[in-house]
Design a protein around this ligand. Structure first.
Ligand code: A2P
Length: 296
């Protein structure tokens, strides 16, 4: 959640800086501001709708197939757009449908819901056929869950992407290789190592941007550790979605296309992998489809 208006400003600054891919979600509670920013920039003549790539997300309480299209339509109404470029299942874990986005019982325990990822996926396929989403994908899916979709009898469209945590301390070598083999793009969230907000981040893993190697390589190219971390992923074919509300850092995070890392530097950065997630979502670890118990 963001202070009123800050997302509108950030998205407008980002579009001016050259960003075209915007990663959003209903549960970020700022989709109206994202939509407004896009529409203002179109009205200004800065961009056309087709220049923008907006990714929206289906929340856990909306997995039942009959809820998928109405939920996407609600997002489109909030955005005031006709379609999203990509619509993804935000997490493979269904929660009880209803007004509460984080439904809990009287003991404070999360109320889950029967999860049928194949049925939810079929409803996403129908949204694509209806033109409400140009492409469909998933997020936080492990290999087993991806295979479940890809092996579904009668599959019409496979997921184009899987959005997962990915950065030099969590490089995802196995999932990346698997997705490469199956032509699924990895979109890396928390590419800068998160905001280290202790309410949801595992801060036992050290701060990524303080890493000595990333800073040393940055010095060589006159770049920051953040720019090196982003360039690393881009150069290995991982899409990055850095988050910032600071105008200078928004611009900084886009200045990664005027240099390249050597093969040796790429290998050195890959070796920083600690296989420890910042975003563990442990509060949902007892969900039958909790994705992070599997090896990858
Ligand atoms: P801010 O909004 O003040 O810039 P991630 O994308 O991995 O989730 O990281 C987001 C966090 O990193 C935010 O707290 C953001 O803060 C901060 N951040 C974004 N860009 C940079 C940068 N270039 N250098 C340092 N911190 C950054």
């Amino acid at each position: 959640q963001t202070p009123k208006g800050s997302c509108l400003e950030a998205v407008k600054i980002a579009i001016d800086a050259g960003y075209r891919h915007i990663d959003g979600a209903f549960v970020y509670f700022n989709e109206h501001e994202v939509g407004q920013a896009i529409r203002e920039k179109i009205a200004e003549g800065k961009i056309k709708r087709e220049d923008i790539f907006y990714c929206g997300k289906l929340w856990n309480t909306c997995h039942p197939p009959e809820l998928v299209r109405p939920t996407l339509e609600k997002t489109l109404k909030i955005l005031q757009l006709d379609y999203v470029d990509l619509y993804i299942i935000e997490l493979p874990m269904a929660f009880k449908p209803g007004d509460a986005l984080y439904p809990k019982d009287e003991n404070g325990k999360f109320i889950y819901h029967e999860t049928d990822l194949c049925a939810t996926w079929e409803a996403l396929e129908a949204c694509k056929d209806a033109g409400l989403a140009k492409s469909i994908g998933v997020s936080n899916f492990n290999r087993r869950q991806l295979e479940m979709i890809m092996n579904k009898p009668g599959l019409k469209y496979k997921p184009v992407s899987n959005q997962v945590e990915c950065h030099p301390y969590f490089t995802q070598p196995k999932l990346l290789e698997f997705c490469r083999q199956h032509d699924i793009v990895i979109v890396g969230y928390s590419p800068l190592g998160t905001s280290r907000d202790e309410s949801w981040v595992n801060v036992s893993s050290p701060p990524l941007l303080k890493d000595p190697l990333l800073n040393a390589i940055g010095k060589k190219y006159n770049k920051t550790a953040a720019q090196i971390a982003l360039r690393f992923n881009v150069q290995r074919g991982v899409v990055v979605i850095p988050k910032s509300f600071n105008p200078q850092r928004i611009r900084e995070n886009f200045q990664i296309f005027d240099f390249s890392l050597t093969e040796k530097e790429m290998k050195e950065i890959e070796a920083l992998n600690k296989n420890v997630r910042y975003v563990e979502l442990l509060m949902w670890r007892d969900h039958p489809e909790y994705p992070f118990n599997d090896e990858y």
